[in-house]
Design a binder for this molecule. Structure first.
Ligand SMILES: Cc1cc2nc3c(=O)[nH]c(=O)nc-3n(C[C@H](O)[C@H](O)[C@H](O)COP(=O)(O)OP(=O)(O)OC[C@H]3O[C@@H](n4cnc5c(N)ncnc54)[C@H](O)[C@@H]3O)c2cc1C
Length: 461
């Protein structure tokens, strides 16, 4: 008789939890997963996937407009929000079912409900009070929107969770936030025809990204008619007859139909029983883990957004997989969080990997910068006034490409491929050896010959 009910109990059926469960079961472990909302987690249900579907929807607006320059006559297009949301929901339900099938096939037991820790090797199923002994426990509970300080009228504010289920497309929307979720939703609503105002407390949108990227994206978004107000915050929201009256820290109030906050996300740690099991938190508010995702308690690991390391789906999946390989596959596998390529599905799109110019300058004695901005070919006949931006940050001593920053159509697709070269530690000379693919925008990556800038740090006296 085994002294445990399961070899692995996973709390959270999102990207990281499902991958870990499937791989561990493949190694022969008896696995159970608890999911309190919907299988698939944030990415599938109310994150990456539905977001990208809305991005696609928004981009049709440009396609219809641009078609005229290529000889097409398109009758005035109309857009139906309800159709989009219903179709999106159908696709999400299909994906959710596919996740359930994957677990079933892997012989993983699913508990539909909340689970919490009782101690280092016991999990309590909140719905029925049952307690299960688990040899190992994986915390993969993800994160949730965080609305910031309490302000008057916060109950009228929606987060990205609700934005996916609005009854109708708002004619006017105010979004507070400057991170990737805020700028992506600004692009979505703008493309679908809403009047969009973005309010951000900092100096410029996309904090942490390369300064040129931030400047370029901001000017492109403004060119598309998105009003961007920086160095201000929303101080109150009041329900009025036709919408909501929003007060900003030092501006007059104005009225919109919807107010959305995309002011960050917090790891889902509260009420999880961490204290009873002795699991410690890190200073970033996430669960503290080592390079193998082990917490301060040997039998408990944590992966994904709940650790607040790098909150991206592929990272959560990789961490979940590495955990299963380490604990059940006998292959200790740390996860490399350096040089992770990532995209922002704003309009235009952003794709980045590696160091920004400022980060490289802070780290290295000599930094070379190559950059270019140009009007993509398709935009000429389209008559669209928009520019793409490419930048390479290079170690001036070794010639290694340390960072790549792209703003423009398909930046996300491009950065995935550049990521391979950067991870392989390619030099600028090796980039340049590659023949260009013409006519593409990506050819700029191998044809930027002239240094735009060279930073040399003064030797200390
Ligand atoms: C709007 C939005 C857009 C995004 N876009 C992208 C993108 O384009 N690309 C990208 O890489 N990432 C994107 N992300 C981030 C990505 O969704 C997350 O990094 C990823 O989902 C993290 O996976 P996870 O397994 O850690 O957590 P989640 O996927 O959040 O899964 C956690 C699961 O645990 C469940 N749960 C929590 N507590 C309990 C409990 N006590 N008992 C049972 N179940 C519990 C939750 O219901 C949830 O289903 C986006 C996020 C948002 C919000």
């Amino acid at each position: 008789m085994p002294d445990h009910d399961v070899d692995l109990f996973v709390i959270g059926g999102g990207s990281g939890g499902v991958r870990a469960a499937r791989i561990a079961a493949g190694y022969g472990a008896r696995v159970m997963v608890a999911e309190e909302y919907r299988l698939g987690g944030t990415c599938v249900i109310r994150g990456c996937v539905p977001k990208k579907l809305l991005v696609y929807a928004a981009r049709f607006a440009d396609e219809f407009e641009d078609a005229a320059g290529f000889g097409w006559t398109v009758p005035a297009p109309t857009f139906d929000w309800k159709t989009l949301i219903a179709n999106k929901d159908r696709e999400i339900a299909r994906l959710e079912a596919a996740y359930a099938t994957t677990l079933e096939r892997a012989k993983v037991t699913l508990f539909k409900g909340r689970a919490v820790l009782e101690d280092a090797q016991t999990v309590r199923l909140v719905g029925n009070g049952e307690k299960l002994r688990a040899k190992n426990i994986l915390l993969a509970t993800g994160g949730a929107p965080y609305a910031g300080a309490d302000i008057a009228g916060l109950e009228h504010v929606i987060s990205s969770n609700e934005a996916f289920h609005l009854d109708e497309l708002p004619k006017r929307i105010l979004i507070q936030g400057g991170g990737y979720i805020a700028v992506e939703f600004a692009g979505i609503f703008n493309g679908l025809g809403s009047e969009v105002t973005l309010v951000y407390r900092g100096e410029n949108i996309l904090r942490g990204f390369d300064d040129d990227v931030r400047e370029h994206l901001r000017s492109e978004m403004e060119r598309r008619g998105i009003k961007i107000i920086t160095r201000q915050t929303v101080t109150g929201v009041e329900k009025v007859e036709h919408g909501f009256c929003v007060a900003l820290s030092d501006r007059e109030s104005f009225t919109v139909d919807r107010v959305m906050f995309a002011t960050g996300r917090r790891p889902n740690v509260s009420g999880l029983g961490l204290e009873s099991a002795g699991v410690r938190l890190a200073t970033n508010g996430g669960i503290a883990v080592d390079q193998f995702s082990q917490t301060s308690v040997a039998s408990i690991h944590a992966v994904g957004d709940v650790t607040n390391r790098l909150n991206l789906t592929p990272v959560a999946i990789r961490e979940g997989h590495a955990f299963a390989d380490t604990v059940f596959g006998g292959k200790p596998t740390p996860v490399d969080h350096i040089d992770v390529p990532t995209a922002v599905f704003s309009e235009p799109e952003v794709g980045v990997i590696g160091l920004t110019e400022a980060q490289a300058c802070a780290k290295l004695a000599k930094v070379d910068v190559y950059k270019t901005t140009f009007r993509p070919l398709k935009m000429t006949l389209a008559g669209r006034d928009t520019r793409a931006f490419f930048k390479l940050v290079v170690d001036g001593e070794t010639d290694r490409v340390l960072g790549c920053h792209i703003v423009g159509p398909d930046a996300g697709e491009m950065i995935q491929l550049v990521g391979i070269a950067v991870k392989m530690k390619a030099t600028k000379a090796e980039f340049d050896e590659v023949m260009a693919v013409h006519p593409t925008a990506a050819e700029e990556l191998v044809t930027m010959r002239e240094k735009a800038l060279s930073h040399v740090r003064e030797a200390a006296e």
